[in-house]
Ligand binder design. Structure first.
Ligand SMILES: Cc1cc2nc3c(=O)[nH]c(=O)nc-3n(C[C@H](O)[C@H](O)[C@H](O)COP(=O)(O)O)c2cc1C
Length: 191
């Protein structure tokens, strides 16, 4: 199975990096074909400027087309990122702005918008520092899920099978972190 990992964390000592490693190990055991887009390691420039895409200017640069080919290749997408200001880090937001272009990821028909990345499934691993009992009553989890799972992925035809939050990451002990990484394994095992 072709699995594309989109990873957005600058620090190789982070818990997000441990999630990445656990995910890769599990996918290797399952003999998936894996590609990793490590956005910080790639030094990805997230600012949509020269590549700004409109109907009047439909050219997509070669670099973006090459990035899009990874999504065409993949059957499964795994996003791994921390919560920064109640959403994804800007580098990942900019990546999506640049890669999920009109005509590649979605189009508009007489019946309305149509996702073009059909038959792909996504898993999201997202960490927080706030506890669940702060984030949920304010609907911050629901809003992050809606924006990513519905507003971005489903809009492009991708089905989110799991959007897993790991809460209070900087404050939990080592055993809790181990249990979280076991949950990562169990989720990756399902796919
Ligand atoms: C710029 C920035 C913004 C952040 N905003 C939030 C936030 O809105 N909500 C939250 O729960 N944690 C927030 N955090 C904390 C991170 O989500 C947390 O440290 C991270 O998920 C822990 O995983 P890590 O060790 O892999 O970085 C923020 C951290 C940074 C650096």
């Amino acid at each position: 199975m072709n699995t594309l990992i989109i990873y957005a964390h600058p620090n190789p000592n982070s818990f997000n990096y441990a999630i990445l490693q656990t995910t890769v190990q599990k996918l290797q055991q399952k003999q998936h074909e894996i590609r990793i887009r490590d956005l910080y390691e790639m030094n990805f420039n997230p600012v949509l400027k020269e590549d700004y895409f409109t109907k009047q200017n439909p050219a997509v640069s070669k670099a973006i087309q090459e990035e899009q080919m990874h999504f065409s290749w993949a059957k499964q997408l795994i996003f791994i990122y921390p919560t920064w200001w109640n959403g994804m880090p800007a580098i990942l937001k900019g990546y999506i702005e640049k890669i999920f272009t009109n005509g590649f990821a979605f189009t508009f028909t007489d019946e309305g918008a149509k996702g073009l990345l059909q038959n792909k499934r996504a898993i999201i691993f997202q960490t927080t520092s706030h506890p669940e009992n702060y984030l949920k009553p304010y609907q911050l989890i629901a809003s992050m899920e809606t924006i990513v799972d519905v507003g971005i992925l489903n809009f492009c035809g991708i089905e989110t099978i799991t959007h897993k939050f790991f809460y209070s990451v900087p404050y939990v002990d080592e055993n809790t972190k181990k249990a979280m990484l076991k949950e990562v394994e169990d989720i990756v095992e399902m796919i």
